[in-house]
Design a protein around this ligand. Structure first.
Ligand SMILES: Nc1ncnc2c1ncn2[C@@H]1O[C@H](COP(=O)(O)OP(=O)(O)OP(=O)(O)O)[C@@H](O)[C@H]1O
Length: 887
């Protein structure tokens, strides 16, 4: 939509009443309105702007001629209409500001209607013989919300109807065929005589109705389709304020109707200018908006010319008109036009200008068409007619070739995208490694060097899991293909650049020849026109490429990240447990862990070791990368068959290591059942999943067994204990570490005697549990003697080894060493005394890491808080789950 503003000259009446001009055109687009009441001496309002500027697509002042206004606003609509689209021009403004003058004009200065129709018929005349046009017109007014046929007023009140195609039509209106502009103007003059005009205080011949001239162009392409273009030219009734017009009675009623329909029009404009295109637009509030439905927001080009008076006496009207028009500036219409009609537009323009061009050729900058775009178009089209045929053909050939090349250039990049995605995934892996290092607090490269020095050639040659191998192969294949495509692209680009030079060379070759300035300009124009299209493939391919790199399949990436984080946490925590327990692990396992650390550090040369297997299933593209366990006898580490089957449970396991806490009994201690491993953290072991074998404590001292996965491996230095998280976690860890589940035996447990005496009955001098513990620590465990009750003596056999260290920060001991008996319990309240399981390796093994910390009977590292330590069944003998207070 184009919005223009026209300021008419001061009228004699305004000058007579001493009005000052307050509206000025600042430049081609900006109009300034000054508040006449603003007092320049008012210091309180000095900071407030006394004038406001409004910008439009084009602005005219009193000096603008009808011709200028026509050229800048309406002329372009001619080609729109003859090509089968709709166009609307409406004049808006307060009464007496020049709307009718602009639309109809005078005999000496014809208005937009006459000029537009003149050119329309001219364009039709110039059209090729392939297209037949028929023009018909109707002229109506909307007065007090009634539609009246101005060409046949006897028809009375007419109604609006929507036809089958959704187009709003006035039923029964007279459609008069027209063959020339003169004919139409005569009809218009006849209609205007019928128009409702009444003298008002503001205008002696005030139009009290909206006059709508509708010109329909029926376009029939020979052997082609039929199209209708409609041009609405509307002289709106003047917006007015009752106070200003001093209207009474019928005039006031008219004014109310006028204002209501203009308000409805304003609302539609506001809604159309709203950013949210889905906003409902209510056209039904007035006849005017219903009639203009297709012309405002639909398939139409819209031009609005707002009119104001420059006089200070019209300040309020001018201000509201400027605001109204400014709002309309943001109307965005969606013109639905097929390519054929675009071509027809251009043809029409060519023919139209052809007729005019001859008379003005050789006089650039002269004549009535002085505006730059017009002159440029003239130059282009005139040049088009006269350019050397050979050059034109050559240009066309070059253009075709360049378009083909640009398509070819796009192609390779498009096919390279899968490879880019794979590479992006690889990038993700390296980012993940970096992330792991950062989370471990290790500087980048630390693990790398450490791994190298530690392992050297002693790395394990673990075969890649099949999925990883497939992924590597496919990456290699795609990368090779991409290389080939890159070479092709380079070749094509070179060719493309050569061809780009061609028009320039052609232009230079033509320059010395006797071609006119216009023809040279045409060539330059054509070259410029083609350039954006030719340059498009490069940014386009870059966009595709970057889009692929920056936005890899997000779901896959997220799941991959999630999975990787989960595995890393499991491995770290399990390693921590191994270290905390000082469990001796077989050398192959240690090497595997070192390998894993090197992998995290991104050791590029470590190709034979385990890699995080991430493959995209070709069919399921976005599926979670699978981590497969290495199976088969050829692997150095034997698998205990059935241990690493996949977990089919639909509920995803938690991404953190689940607390190794079996279901507790009513005393808060873990039962002896081995099945608890599967129920930890709500991830029950599916029936299909293998149940890890649990080896009972061979010594019989352990009251239960920690759920562990069992396996056999000769020469691993005996039984080891590893907590089992859940089947899925275990599989992940197993697959990542390429080690079979360990064969674990729960070592004997050691109990700390319960407090033999509740505080209320403790004999003088008898120690409490905490004191016992301190004594126990001080005495090195085994050799410590402390008072015992007969019960405790009977049930406590094992003694803690010297290696048991209680963290000092835990006060009387870590959670498991702390006496469950409070020092000063409430009198009479018996607190059960519980022996606490201490499960320690009795002898440090070779290769063990000397670690601090205290371990519990379930193999977890003791800490001040309950960090998910598994509670193995306490194994004190002869004692019930709850030691009753003595006495
Ligand atoms: N640009 C102009 N140059 C010279 N005269 C003008 C111009 N604009 C308007 N006038 C004169 O101002 C007077 C009022 O103009 P016009 O009748 O067009 O106003 P209007 O907006 O159509 O009023 P209404 O809404 O009441 O019909 C006319 O005499 C007209 O000739």
């Amino acid at each position: 939509a184009l919005v223009a503003l026209r300021i008419r000259p001061m009228s004699a009446a305004e000058l007579a009443e001493g009005a000052r001009p307050i509206a000025h055109r600042l430049d081609e687009q900006v109009v300034v309105l000054r508040d006449p009441l603003a007092d320049p001496d008012d210091v309180l309002r000095a900071s407030r702007s006394q004038q406001k500027s409004y910008s439009f697509d084009v602005a005219f002042d009193a000096t603008a001629t009808q011709e200028t206004v026509y050229r800048a606003t309406t002329q372009s609509l001619v080609t729109v209409v003859i090509s089968g689209s709709n166009a609307t021009v409406f004049a808006y403004g307060p009464t007496g500001c020049g709307k009718t003058y602009t639309m109809l004009g005078t005999d000496g200065e014809p208005g937009l209607c006459a000029r537009t129709l003149g050119e329309l018929f001219q364009a039709i005349e110039d059209a090729s013989g392939d297209v037949e046009y028929e023009v018909s017109m109707s002229y109506l007014e909307i007065y007090n919300e009634m539609i009246r046929d101005l060409l046949n007023p006897s028809l009375g009140r007419l109604q609006l109807r929507e036809d089958a195609g959704g187009t709003v039509q006035v039923t029964g209106i007279t459609q008069i065929p027209a063959t020339s502009a003169d004919e139409v103007m005569q009809l218009l003059a006849r209609g205007n005589r019928q128009r409702t005009q009444e003298p008002t205080a503001a205008n002696r011949t005030s139009s009290r109705s909206h006059a709508v001239l509708q010109v329909t162009v029926r376009r029939q392409q020979r052997g082609g389709g039929l199209r209708h273009g409609r041009l609405f030219m509307i002289d709106l009734a003047g917006s007015e304020r009752a106070a200003q017009t001093r209207n009474r009675g019928q005039r006031m009623k008219e004014g109310a109707h006028i204002n209501r329909s203009l308000l409805a029009l304003g609302n539609c404009i506001k809604a159309l200018s709203h950013r949210a295109s889905s906003k409902y637009i209510n056209y039904r509030d007035s006849k005017l908006t219903r009639l203009l439905k297709d012309s405002l927001g639909g398939n139409s080009h819209t031009v609005m010319i707002a009119h104001i008076s420059p006089a200070s006496t019209a300040f309020a009207e001018s201000r509201s008109t400027l605001a109204y028009a400014h709002r309309a500036k943001s109307i965005r219409t969606t013109v639905r036009q097929d390519p054929l009609s675009v071509a027809a537009n251009l043809h029409g323009e060519i023919r139209h200008l052809k007729g005019q061009g001859d008379t003005e050729l050789g006089r650039p900058g002269q004549g009535k068409h002085r505006d730059i775009p017009y002159t440029q178009a003239q130059v282009r089209l005139r040049g088009a007619r006269r350019e050397p045929v050979g050059a034109r053909q050559e240009l066309a050939g070059v253009r075709r070739e360049q378009v083909a090349l640009s398509h070819l250039l796009l192609q390779p990049q498009g096919t390279a995208l899968p490879a880019q995605h794979l590479l992006a995934l690889t990038l993700y892996v390296s980012r993940g490694q970096q992330w792991s290092e950062e989370e471990q607090g290790e500087p980048v490269g630390h693990s790398d060097s450490e791994g190298d020095s530690d392992t050297g050639d002693k790395r394990l040659e673990v075969p890649e899991p099949p999925n990883v191998a497939i992924a590597h192969k496919s990456i290699t294949v795609v990368a090779q293909k991409q290389d080939r495509l890159r070479q092709q692209k380079a070749e094509l680009s070179r060719h493309f650049r050569q061809r780009q030079q061609h028009p320039r060379r052609l232009e230079e070759a033509l320059r010395p020849r006797s071609i006119s300035e216009e023809q040279r300009e045409l060539l330059a124009l054509l070259r410029c026109l083609h350039r954006p299209e030719l340059e498009m493939p490069e940014p386009c391919s870059h966009t595709l490429l970057e889009g692929g790199l920056r936005h890899p399949p997000s779901v896959t990436a997220q799941r991959f990240d999630h999975h990787r984080a989960l595995c890393a946490r499991i491995i770290r925590q399990q390693q921590q447990l191994i270290v905390d327990h000082r469990l001796s692990v077989p050398r192959p396992l240690e090497e595997l862990y070192e390998t894993y650390l090197r992998e995290l550090a991104g050791d590029p040369g470590d190709t034979g070791t385990l890699k995080v297997a991430h493959t995209l299933s070709p069919t399921q593209g976005m599926s979670l990368p699978k981590i497969l366990p290495v199976r088969g006898a050829e692997t150095p580490l034997e698998w205990d068959s059935g241990q690493a089957r996949s977990c089919d449970h639909p509920t995803p396991c938690h991404d953190s290591l689940p607390p190794l806490r079996p279901t507790r009994d009513r005393y808060g201690w873990a039962p002896t059942t081995p099945h608890t491993h599967g129920t930890a953290e709500g991830c029950p072991l599916p029936s299909s999943a293998p149940t890890p074998r649990v080896q009972e404590d061979p010594t019989g001292t352990a009251g239960g067994a920690v759920p562990v996965a069992l396996g056999r491996r000769a020469g691993w230095g005996g039984p080891h204990q590893l907590p089992l998280a859940s089947c899925a976690h275990w599989q992940v860890v197993s697959a990542l570490r390429c080690v079979p589940p360990l064969h674990i035996t729960v070592p004997p447990q050691i109990t700390v005697p319960a407090d033999p005496f509740p505080s209320s009955r403790r004999p003088p001098g008898a120690p409490c549990a905490a004191e016992l513990l301190r004594a126990h620590r001080a005495g090195g465990g085994a050799g410590t003697q402390h008072p015992r009750t007969p019960q405790s003596a009977a049930r406590s056999k094992a003694t803690p080894p010297a290696s048991c260290q209680v963290s000092p920060h835990l006060g009387t001991g870590c959670r498991d060493h702390r006496s469950p008996v409070p020092h000063a319990p409430s009198p009479g309240v018996g607190v059960p005394s519980r022996p606490l399981p201490l499960q320690l390796p009795t002898t440090p093994r070779k290769g063990q890491h000397p670690r601090r910390g205290c371990v519990t009977g379930n193999g977890a590292r003791a800490s001040g808080k309950d960090d998910g330590v598994t509670g193995a069944e306490p194994s004190w003998r002869g004692a019930g789950p709850c030691a009753k207070p003595a006495g």
